[in-house]
Ligand binder design. Structure first.
Ligand SMILES: NC(=O)c1ccc[n+]([C@@H]2O[C@H](COP(=O)([O-])OP(=O)(O)OC[C@H]3O[C@@H](n4cnc5c(N)ncnc54)[C@H](OP(=O)(O)O)[C@@H]3O)[C@@H](O)[C@H]2O)c1
Length: 210
């Protein structure tokens, strides 16, 4: 697929490498494409990256993502799948910028002709593209209102190394709140563990207890 990844930071670059290695055509979208000469993959301006892509990925700071998407315009985003990995956090990682809501649902509300799927934001960028580097099977979550968009996202997750058995559809876009708000616990676990590369494994009850 033709993917346009908005943001050339840790997440944007990692996902671009992962999907490029999976055979997808990837362009990163940047505010300053001429300065991003070290990426090693095609980088274009934000408008151009959006225009070229079938699927968009939001890998920009969650505090500014809505403003940035508005500047691109609803008609440019209409009809596309937008995979949202963003989380809005304060600089000290202690406060959410969408505390009684979520970035994912606010994007969906602002752009009703775009199908938003929230995923991958519950782990660091290393785990996003190398789940097999973790010490056991783990879980990636999907939130979104459009079933077809979630199926497409699921296939793209498989191409990053997430087998279907590791993917858990947790419901509509309002469930993006749980994924984003986990960022606070993520920071606590990272502090306790002394590392950022880890992930959640959802372990159901054994059959003896169901
Ligand atoms: N890092 C992680 O492991 C991780 C894990 C889960 C979720 N997330 C979420 O994923 C998103 C991206 O994270 P990241 O770590 O890749 O962030 P980052 O390293 O700060 O990169 C964000 C990129 O967004 C672009 N951008 C556009 N508007 C911007 C603005 N006003 N200020 C700063 N950058 C702007 C920049 O690319 P250009 O300068 O080229 O435009 C920048 O490189 C965030 O919402 C974050 O909360 C990150």
């Amino acid at each position: 697929m033709r993917l346009g990844i908005l943001g050339t930071g840790n997440v944007g670059r990692a996902l671009a490498r992962g999907w490029s290695a999976g055979g997808h055509e990837v362009v990163l979208g940047s505010r300053l494409p001429e300065e991003r000469t070290d990426v090693g993959l095609p980088v274009a301006g934000l408008d151009e990256a959006v225009a070229q892509a079938e699927v968009l990925v939001n890998a920009t700071p969650g505090t500014v993502s809505l403003q940035l998407l508005h500047s691109l315009g609803a008609s440019a985003l209409a009809g596309k799948l937008l995979i949202d990995v963003g989380v809005g956090l304060s600089d000290d990682f202690t406060e959410l910028s969408h505390p009684n809501s979520s970035l994912g649902e606010q994007i969906q509300e602002a752009f009703p002709l775009t199908s938003v799927v929230k995923t991958l934001c519950t782990m660091d960028s290393t785990a996003m593209i190398a789940p097999d580097g973790l010490a056991g099977p783990t879980t990636v979550f999907l939130s979104g209102d459009d079933a077809a968009a979630k199926r497409t996202t699921g296939r793209l997750l498989t191409d990053l190394g997430w087998p279907p058995s590791s993917q858990l559809d947790i419901g509509g876009i309002t469930t993006a709140r749980g994924q984003e708000h986990f960022a606070l616990l993520f920071m606590g676990i990272a502090g306790g563990l002394g590392a950022h590369t880890f992930n959640i494994n959802v372990v159901p009850a054994s059959t003896a207890h169901t």
